[in-house]
Design a protein around this ligand. Structure first.
Ligand code: FE
Ligand code: FE
Ligand code: FE
Ligand code: ZN
Length: 161
């Protein structure tokens, strides 16, 4: 790895692997919750993730890189924690709080990954790619904010009951 371009390509491969892993993880998260709002948040983000995966795939094609040799170990670990929470013998409400916590860790990881990738793309003059990455970054921010709201509502509802 000699240039910023090399490092940028490494980051893109990592993001490709991260999204790919999320395509398998999100359906399990949808099934693990009984809360309708949380279920919708996860399934909507799954649809978004499919498009994100396609977008990163097309960026790989544009850059003429093969992403299949890289595995994002951080996402692998975050998903393992999430799987642990899914298997946990917990009261529904508590499990939902745990699933939100796992999901937000994942969104924060993606936010930092895409934030870096956008910066590198701009610095390298890949302006169209930078815009595509920025669109995904915004979606990850929105997903995280929605989870914040669901978590807050959960606490408010509990306080009122
Ligand atoms: Fe994503
Ligand atoms: Fe990674
Ligand atoms: Fe995401
Ligand atoms: Zn957040």
């Amino acid at each position: 790895m000699r240039t910023l371009q090399d490092l940028f390509e490494h980051e893109i491969k990592d993001l490709y692997s991260a999204e790919k892993q999320m395509l398998e993880a999100l359906p399990k998260m949808v099934k693990a919750t009984s809360d309708k709002k949380l279920q919708k948040a996860f399934s909507d983000h799954l649809e978004e993730t499919k498009k994100q995966f396609d977008a990163v795939h097309s960026i790989c094609d544009e850059l003429d890189i093969n992403p299949t040799s890289t595995k994002c170990k951080a996402m692998e670990g975050l998903i393992k924690e999430c799987d642990g929470m899914i298997k946990e013998d917990a009261v529904a409400d508590v499990k939902d709080a745990g699933l939100i916590a796992c999901a937000q860790r994942i969104e924060h990881y993606e936010i930092s990954g895409y934030g870096t990738a956008v910066r590198f793309a701009k610095e390298l003059g890949h302006n169209t790619i930078a815009r595509k990455l920025q669109d995904i970054l915004n979606q990850e921010y929105n997903a995280d904010n929605l989870l914040d709201k669901i978590a807050e509502n959960r606490v408010n509802e509990k306080a009122m009951s």
